[in-house]
Design a protein around this ligand. Structure first.
Ligand SMILES: C[S@@+](CC[C@H](N)C(=O)[O-])C[C@H]1O[C@@H](n2cnc3c(N)ncnc32)[C@H](O)[C@@H]1O
Length: 247
């Protein structure tokens, strides 16, 4: 706890310095990008730290059996929600592990979360933490943007490009910058990493990669999961790949 308190004041100082620097018009574009990314991490760290203070051993008292990770505003009936930002039942940075006890969860669900954490360290940690918290026979469903879906169509005919742009980016500010199909691939793989509203994508996945990741973590089977709108966010159906892994 002593270290947490020391970190708290250092983080508060850092946060103030970043805010001051970002107000300075003389600051370079490159440094401003890095500072904005750092400011975002500081926000996540603050949320995480508050929960860590309540649960210093990294395990919460509750033992939910159905858990959604990184669900954002998407709620699923009967599921306990863990996310780095509100709204969630618990604010926790899952790059630090899953704060649940061993073999207590029957069902773990995430979609469009895994690509937002770094690979290999955090993605592999997530797969091994999923294995740890699941009961024997417990299952984890994972959905991500399907890199194969996008790459298979390269170079896509204009009509297909228009559909992808319409479905994924029509409400975004980047429309004028998607000038070729490769630009679209870049947005799918990285997202708008320089826009504070969006979280960057750190890794691209396909079915094979998901199977490898969860097999390496110890899961006995990893199969395709048929999209079920009772659980999944309907806007994720198009262009995503889902697997279900059983412990
Ligand atoms: C693109 S949103 C997807 C939200 C929802 N699953 C959906 O499909 O609409 C990614 C979510 O993952 C969460 N997330 C990203 N990094 C995280 C982390 N390190 N720990 C916990 N949640 C994280 C974000 O806060 C966000 O809610």
């Amino acid at each position: 706890m002593k270290y947490l308190d020391t970190t708290t004041s250092a983080i508060d100082d850092l946060s103030k310095q970043i805010a001051d620097l970002l107000r300075n018009p003389a600051i370079s574009h490159g440094l401003a990008r890095t500072l904005r990314a750092t400011a975002k991490e500081v926000g996540l760290y603050r949320n995480h730290r508050a929960s860590q203070k309540a649960w210093p051993d990294g395990r919460i008292d509750e033992a939910p059996t159905k858990v959604q990770i990184g669900g954002g505003a998407h709620r699923i009936d009967g599921f306990y929600n863990i996310d780095a930002v509100p709204p969630a039942d618990l604010l926790w940075d899952v790059r630090e592990g899953i704060p649940l006890r061993d073999a207590t969860v029957r069902f773990l669900f995430s979609e469009h979360f895994l690509e937002h954490i770094d690979y290999p360290r955090s993605a592999k940690l997530y797969a091994s933490e999923a294995y740890r918290v699941l009961t024997p026979g417990g299952q984890v469903i994972t959905g991500v943007p399907d890199a194969a879906f996008v790459l298979d169509q390269y170079p896509a005919p204009p009509q297909q490009t228009a559909e992808m742009i319409e479905r994924w980016y029509s409400k975004r500010s980047c429309l004028g910058d998607i000038n070729t199909y490769l630009d679209l691939i870049n947005y799918v793989f990285r997202d708008q990493d320089d826009d504070a509203t969006y979280n960057p994508h750190y890794w691209a996945y396909d079915h094979e990669k998901l199977v490898q990741l969860f097999t390496e973590a110890g899961f006995s089977t990893v199969e395709p999961w048929d999209f079920d709108p009772a659980l999944a966010n309907t806007k994720r159906e198009w262009g995503s790949v889902y697997v279900i892994a059983r412990k």
